[in-house]
Design a protein around this ligand. Structure first.
Ligand code: AMP
Ligand code: GLY
Length: 424
């Protein structure tokens, strides 16, 4: 099987690492990839939003399966572009990808299917949104409808903050077209968890629970990032609740997509808030989370290529998907300054020493190869991932590996996993 992975983050390094272990896989390409994926396959310099470039590469290189990591190419319709050339792809259609690409779409599907979520209203008109903010209870959350590189959600405790967010998105258009329509919803309080499932259009197979750490600072302080660390399983969502949770937040959506003739194939990811009134969905993603993918794939005890092919073939029910009982944790090392501006090009040392620690695998994200030197090339640089007998053991191994790695201006959180440790 000749596989093309689309994307360049820690998630894509983990995908390449897991797929390269499959006896079915004969050749791996990663577009555009990073310093880590270069060791597992061939990086090709095509960006993830270059649909014609990706499609002609796949055609010219007899690709059997395209695995799409990030949301943007899915929302732009890469699956459809590939389908025109008869190339199969793991990931949903552009229509189904609206579950992530349009917050208003996701909220209306949740309302129609009875999935618990925060009360909301959708606005296309700035004046109507301002009136609503003046009249409604605070706190609230203002969300740009479209993709905004993870920055389109503002949790507002006062009317002034909410008005500013409405003005930024709709009048000043700081997210361009993504903010022409907005969702304003009730702010929920509680602990978050990530719940992902493989889907073949009908069958849903739950992955173990995981938990991301979105804020840049320890104790969940400061601005949100793409994710500063993750672990799996998350004790807040124990194994015995997975099927109940799938019935509550995943299967209704997959059934709905089937009834509108848009079968959901790929990964459906529910971001859940555990509120006093029970779990509620904050958002859907239509792909692996980054960094949740790194601990999840570290625990997957099977052939990822086989699972992905079964999703495409509609035969997921026939595959036996097993997970290692150990806990996995991923600590993200970032360049100081991220998620705002940060320096690039710093040399990274200690990667081999870190990888040599038992249970540890370092996934690269914003890196590039400069001869034999690995250099930083992005905000999130590495995802230091470790398997351990429990969360405390995994955490100890991961931070031992973190301490073996060096690059100038390295920033990371020391408290990844602590919410889980407090519950254990
Ligand atoms: P989203 O892109 O919708 O996942 O939002 C990003 C983050 O914003 C979530 O992980 C939450 O931390 C926060 N968030 C989103 N919606 C709400 C809400 N209704 N109440 C409180 N926090 C929220
Ligand atoms: N870790 C959150 C995300 O991938 O969206």
């Amino acid at each position: 099987m000749r596989i093309l992975i689309v994307g360049s983050g820690g998630r894509e390094h983990a995908l390449a690492w897991k797929l390269s272990q499959s006896p079915k896989v004969t050749q791996l390409y990663i577009a555009p990839g990073n310093g880590g994926t270069a060791a597992l396959g061939q990086n090709v310099p095509i960006s993830d939003d270059d649909l014609p470039g990706l499609t002609s590469f796949a055609k010219d290189n007899a690709i059997d399966l395209v695995v799409i990591g990030p949301e943007l190419p899915l929302v732009l319709g890469l699956k459809e572009a590939l389908a025109q050339s008869g190339i199969p792809c793991f990931g949903p259609s552009a229509f189904a990808a609206q579950l992530e690409g349009s917050k208003a779409f996701a909220k209306s599907v949740m309302r129609d299917t009875g999935v618990p979520t925060a009360n909301f209203r959708v606005f296309d008109d700035v004046e109507a949104a301002r009136v609503h903010v003046a009249e409604r209870d605070m706190p609230c959350v203002v969300k740009a409808d479209g993709l905004a590189a993870g920055k389109g959600v503002v949790v507002c405790s006062t009317r002034d903050e909410a008005l500013e967010a409405v003005n930024d998105m709709m009048a000043k258009q700081i997210f361009g077209k993504a903010g022409e329509r907005i969702v304003i919803e009730d702010a929920l309080k509680g602990e978050e968890a990530s719940f992902l499932a493989f889907c073949d259009g009908t069958t849903v197979v739950c992955m173990p629970s995981s938990q991301d750490h979105k804020a840049i600072g320890e104790g969940d302080t400061g601005p949100n990032t793409g994710g500063m660390g993750a672990y799996s399983p998350a004790p807040i969502l124990p194994h015995e609740d997975y099927e109940m949770m799938a019935d509550l937040v995943i299967r209704p959506i997959v059934r709905h997509m089937g009834t509108v003739d848009q079968p959901f194939v790929g990964i459906l990811y529910a971001g859940i808030m555990y509120t006093e009134d029970g779990p509620k969905v904050l958002e859907y993603n239509v792909r692996f989370g980054d960094p949740e993918c790194q601990p999840l794939l570290s625990r997957l005890d099977g052939d990822l290529a086989e699972i992905m092919q079964a999703c495409i073939d509609g035969t997921l029910a026939d595959v036996d998907i097993r997970w290692k009982p150990e806990t996995a944790i991923c600590v993200v090392l970032a360049a100081e300054g991220y998620p705002a501006s940060y320096p690039k090009g710093m040399a990274i040392t200690g990667l081999d020493e870190a990888d040599a620690i038992s249970g540890v695998k370092v996934f690269q994200a914003g890196t590039t190869l400069d001869g034999d030197t690995v250099r930083t090339a992005g905000g999130r640089v590495l995802g230091v991932t470790a398997l351990g007998s429990d969360l405390a053991d995994a955490k100890e191994r991961a931070y031992k590996a973190v301490d073996a790695i060096h690059f100038d201006n390295c920033y990371f959180r020391r408290d990844i996993g602590d919410k889980g440790l407090r519950r254990d």
